[in-house]
Design a protein around this ligand. Structure first.
Ligand SMILES: Nc1ncnc2c1ncn2[C@@H]1O[C@H](COP(=O)(O)OP(=O)(O)OP(=O)(O)O)[C@@H](O)[C@H]1O
Length: 270
């Protein structure tokens, strides 16, 4: 199906004083002959929680991994904190990487390390902190994400799904990032666990001033936690706006997704 203007919601206009933490322009990325995203534009504003949504396989994870430099670009630019990582020196690139944290799908904790050791991985990579400071920071991060101190010495196989997400979030927060990428943070959690996780993200945004880039299929999370949503499809951002605006979209997939019974339930509508 051709991407036509009639399907678009207006893309957010820059507002004076609003700082783009991530700026993606005319991005193309893919594998072999196949482009997964092509001509994609997106801004993420400081302090917002942006929900990235789209049908399975539309490239949400690929977009995330391209922004953080794990998938090479074919065309276009990506700036994070005003720095184009393709043009940055190694030192500048590392300095930018220190300012973000990533929670990959399924948590992706190292199974042979305890929770505490997992949290310390980015600290060991990027700092020369003493063992005592590493210990203190790990325990602080555990508390920040609502895990009890006794979770520190458990291995990932000993954790529940919710605890894995929290431990992975603690690791993503290890270096006090300004920006976090969350890939399906509530997948596999029951509705109460998912709501608790959303509340945690909202609290962290408020207390730490985080900017959050969150890939999710969870309509409740999109409605409850996200200030704005970017919907991917046809290799681009099909539409962006708050949840209420997405309900006005006319693109068939967006219509099904945002006007269906589950979306109405997420908004408390009958
Ligand atoms: N390393 C890779 N090599 C080849 N193709 C890949 C690779 N990683 C992803 N793809 C392909 O890119 C497309 C987009 O994948 P991606 O994981 O970004 O989708 P998604 O929107 O995150 O999907 P889901 O909602 O199911 O997680 C898929 O067709 C996938 O098969």
């Amino acid at each position: 199906m051709a991407l036509t203007e009639e399907y678009y919601l207006p893309h957010s206009e820059p507002v004076p004083g609003r700082e783009a933490i991530i700026r993606v322009r005319d991005l193309a990325a893919g594998f072999g002959e196949r482009l997964i995203v092509d001509g994609l534009n997106l801004d993420v504003w400081r302090g917002e929680i942006l929900g990235v949504v789209g049908a399975s396989g539309t490239g949400k994870s690929v977009l995330t991994r391209t922004i953080i430099g794990l998938v090479p670009k074919r065309r276009g630019t990506v700036e994070v904190f005003g720095v184009d990582l393709d043009r940055a020196s190694l030192k500048e690139g590392l300095a930018v990487e220190r300012r973000w944290g990533v929670l990959f799908q399924q948590g992706a904790l190292f199974s042979s390390l305890t929770v505490k050791q997992n949290i310390q991985v980015p600290l060991r990579e990027h700092t020369n902190f003493s063992p005592r400071l590493l210990e203190e920071i790990a325990m602080l991060k555990l508390e920040l994400v609502g895990l009890k101190p006794r979770a520190a010495d458990l291995y990932p196989s000993e954790l529940s799904g919710g605890m894995i997400k929290r431990a992975a979030l603690a690791r993503a927060l290890a270096l006090d990032p300004e920006l976090i990428f969350l890939d399906e943070p509530t997948s596999g959690l029951d509705p109460i666990g998912a709501q608790d996780f959303d509340d945690l993200i909202l609290t962290l945004r408020r207390t730490l001033g985080l900017t959050v880039f969150m890939v999710t299929h969870d309509l409740d999370s999109l409605s409850r936690a996200c200030d704005r949503i970017a919907a991917l499809g046809e290799k681009k951002v099909l539409a962006e706006g708050p949840f209420s605006e997405m309900r006005k979209a006319t693109h068939p997939w967006l219509k099904d997704y945002f006007q269906g019974p589950r979306a109405r339930a997420a908004q408390g509508l009958s």
